[in-house]
Design a protein around this ligand. Structure first.
Ligand code: HEC
Length: 285
């Protein structure tokens, strides 16, 4: 069967692509995270606001966020993902256009590392792009049912993407303010994205460990400026006061968070839905 042979050839395809694109790592992007350095200045203008409970004025916005693209998202979440069909969808609609067979993105951050992303997050992002809640002019056409197909294909491709091996040879920041980055991350990000940037599937909080630095900075600005209308209202609120230095520091730190050994190797396919929440739960509420 063609899909099985494509699947077994994948490592060879990946190697070929890596060689043909001249996969290289800039000198400043070490594979080991640079140990946090003592920051010369621990002062920052960031008005850190870690909300344990969001202010009540955000409640309607958070309710709205929970309901975005709900129909299609829930339909896909309740389906078992077939990774073999997911591979076919990926090769037909995602890899040859932009994301390449390895799904590890580009060091300059033009494309993100999507390999290893939690399947619930991929399902939500695809449903959001289709419902025009996330402006992505580059990708919109490819996310349409005419290209990717219906909800079963979304469930399948999301399941496949989660099994893809990640790389930690990703684009990283300059490494100059990692201590500041760690502090901001601990205070304002861990609560949702996890200490290792591993995300939270059942709440659709993305995994962002080892993501390309330039991509992180760009997404962050888009979320702050409202270009990603699907962003969590609390995150949008929390990041408004950051200086450029804060943004660079926290994203640099995030880009150096290491994926687990299993994520680097690629996960064994799991076909049953891991969880099928009816709406994003929010443990902060
Ligand atoms: C209240 C929970 C919450 C907090 C706190 C939060 N985030 Fe997020 N973040 C989200 C959600 C939800 C998304 C996905 C938004 C969407 O659906 O597009 C997201 C998306 C992102 C993305 C885009 C990821 C991608 O792959 O495109 C980045 C980057 C990010 N967050 C960074 C941060 C950083 C850095 C912090 C801390 C300064 C932070 N977030 C704090 C919930 C949160």
């Amino acid at each position: 069967m063609i899909y099985f042979s494509a699947f077994s050839l994948l490592p060879a395809i990946l190697l070929g692509v890596a060689m043909s694109v001249g996969w290289s790592v800039p000198a400043w992007a070490g594979t080991e995270a640079t140990p946090p350095q003592a920051s010369k200045s621990t002062e920052t203008s960031t008005p850190f606001r870690r909300f344990l409970t969001p202010p009540s004025r955000l409640t309607p916005l958070i309710e709205n966020w929970k309901n975005q693209s709900r129909g299609e998202r829930e339909a896909a979440l309740h389906l078992s993902g077939n990774v073999i069909n997911g591979l076919r969808v990926y090769l037909d609609s995602c890899s040859n256009k932009c994301h390449l067979p390895h799904g590890q993105g580009s060091i300059n951050g033009e494309y993100p590392q999507i390999a290893g992303q939690l399947r619930e997050v991929t399902i939500k992002q695809l449903a959001d792009i289709r419902a025009k809640n996330r402006d992505n002019p580059t990708m919109y056409r490819f996310a349409l049912p005419s290209e990717v197909g219906g909800v079963q294909n979304i469930a399948d491709v999301a399941a496949y993407i989660e099994t893809m091996p990640m790389t930690q040879e990703n684009g990283k920041g300059p490494g100059t303010d990692l201590e500041l980055g760690r502090r901001i991350h601990d205070q304002d990000c861990v609560v949702c994205h996890g200490a290792h940037g591993e995300g939270k599937a059942e709440q659709y909080y993305p995994l962002y460990q080892a993501q390309h630095y330039e991509y992180l900075v760009r997404q962050y600005q888009w979320i702050r400026d409202g270009r990603r209308r699907n962003a969590h209202p609390m995150m949008v609120e929390q990041i408004q006061g950051y200086t450029q230095k804060d943004i660079a520091a926290v994203m640099d730190y995030v880009s150096r968070l290491k994926p687990s050994a299993a994520k680097l190797k690629g996960l064994a396919p799991i076909s049953a839905p891991r969880s099928a929440p009816s709406a994003p739960k929010d443990d902060l509420l």
